[in-house]
Design a binder for this molecule. Sequence first.
Ligand SMILES: Cc1ncc(C[n+]2csc(CCOP(=O)(O)OP(=O)(O)O)c2C)c(N)n1
Length: 620
Amino acid sequence: MAEAATVQSITKLAQQLRVDSIRSTTQAGSGHPTSSMSAADLMAVLMTNYLRYDFKKPEHPNNDRLIFSKGHACPLLYSLYKAAGAINDEELLSLRKMGSRLEGHPVPEILPWVDVATGSLGQGLAFGTGMALAGKYLDKLPYRVWVLLGDSEMAEGSVWEAMACAWHYKLDNMTAILDMNRLGQRGETMLGWHSEIYGERARAFGWHTIEINGHDLDAIDAAYKEAIGTQGKPTLIIAKTEKGHGIPLTANKDNWHGKPLSPEQAAEAVEQLGGVQNTVIEVKKPEDKQPANAGRAVKKFEIPKYESAIATREAYGDALKALGAANDNVVVVDAEVSNSTYADKFAHSFLERFFEMYIAEQCMVGVAIGLANRNKIAFASTFAAFLSRAYDFIRMGAICRANIRLCGSHAGVSIGQDGPSQMALEDLAMMRAIHESKVLYPSDGVSAAHLVSTMAETKGISYMRTTREKTPILYKNEDSFPIGGSKTLRSSAKDKATLIGAGITLHESLKAYDELKKDGIEVRVIDLYSVKPVDKETLHKAAKETGTLIVVEDHWPEGGLGDAVLEAFSCDEKSIKSAGTAPKVVKLAVHGMPGSGTPQELLDAAGISAKHIVAAVKAL
Ligand SMILES: Cc1ncc(C[n+]2csc(CCOP(=O)(O)OP(=O)(O)O)c2C)c(N)n1
């Protein structure tokens, strides 16, 4: 870089970023000024010389992506937006106020320049990995992904899952910048200023590393240049910085994490940093390139058809493959179990759009969110039990407003011999609790295939629970399965109760129906394939007409199908007056810890097989 004018103007910009981080947090009375101040020089050089971003067109497909994995440093991010002319000083000072776009941690959608929500530490690199995969292999665009990491968050395993993945896929279009300011929230980080240890670790993960003084503008500039020129692997810039750098009050001082300066301290600090400035700099625009596959014609989607028994997990794979043939934007990730989830059916046909994530479920969901951000129709699958490892990513996915489709196979005790470590018995509860999620649980191949195609068009986070065992076909290939619907499979005017099941327990309910009919007892049977949203109307009708609802589920009693049914009879403040009385709801669910056995033995032992359903009806 070197030209004095440039060094001078970047120094001024860095001071402006520090001043604005201090002013906005002092005005808010909370926030993270010192976490912002350490990275101000790093961001000032990036923005002046390297970032290619059209702030007037945040949707431009070839914009660089800038992710603050250390989302709490968003006062710095918002100060960058001011320096780019994207927001004004008044808005900057609305930080953390009710109704402001500038929330305490960055959130997309309300702020068009933010791609992903961060703030739960350790996630930004996985999101960036998804975006870099999209840029390098799918869209074939030259944009670069920049991820700002905190040093304390480097203790998160999810960071290292993403490090491994980014190396594996040779993501030389991604640069991570480690703001090694020595301090975390409560004191020194595990590695303090030992940049050599970060370096060794990152190199062991296959990354190119550069160690610099993060307040030396020339060194920062040279590091970015070297990172951009490095081929075949991602680069980690390990920048030694001071938390709270710039003023004696906070520089490298303990006990300043997450604390604003008082108005008096802030006034003095602003003066020390050269006063308030409102310089707007011209950020370089990206080349005007479009994604490689944009506008390519797609074939009509043909839903797989079934006549004989098939596992719903296999129908998931068939439908993914059919979707993949119809739409170039469909992309699939899986955590090393694609021959069990059947995502391999897609992989075998569209290898260039399938990314193996190995056994790294957090990274898998983070990558899916990154791919979705780059407008891909992203599906992610693994055993339902192991999605729980990625729950925080799924939760953050909702805050990202990400459109991702998750599939969990091998749900419940009906998987049989493998035992409880492989059985998801809490996935419905977990997925129902995600904001605005859609939770689907098909019972046969036809409904599974239809629901996969619906998920492709569904916004937000959708989840499908699939079954290991083959199950008989219940529906005609031309039937439809809207989200929020259900199917009433058996019904008469003489029904004494309603059996409600989904997946394997629907088939047990149908067997119970046959048994009860032999004894002259009529019951209704409902397939509750849409667990969330749930078909309230049909449940209310069944309750009115049959009195008792018996819900049978291959899940713990908490939070699953039974609770979804109960939810249909609860009310909120607005509907108190119109609420009716709740019916008797009997929950047959898994109570004791299951072991190994055949699927039928385990369903019997859990008390959710046909004979237990018959007994429950007769006990009424
Ligand atoms: C997963 C997670 N755990 C804990 C926190 C609470 N927290 C917020 S900031 C922080 C310290 C972060 O330190 P570092 O990554 O070094 O960033 P710095 O602020 O020092 O730049 C902690 C523990 C969090 N946000 N996310």
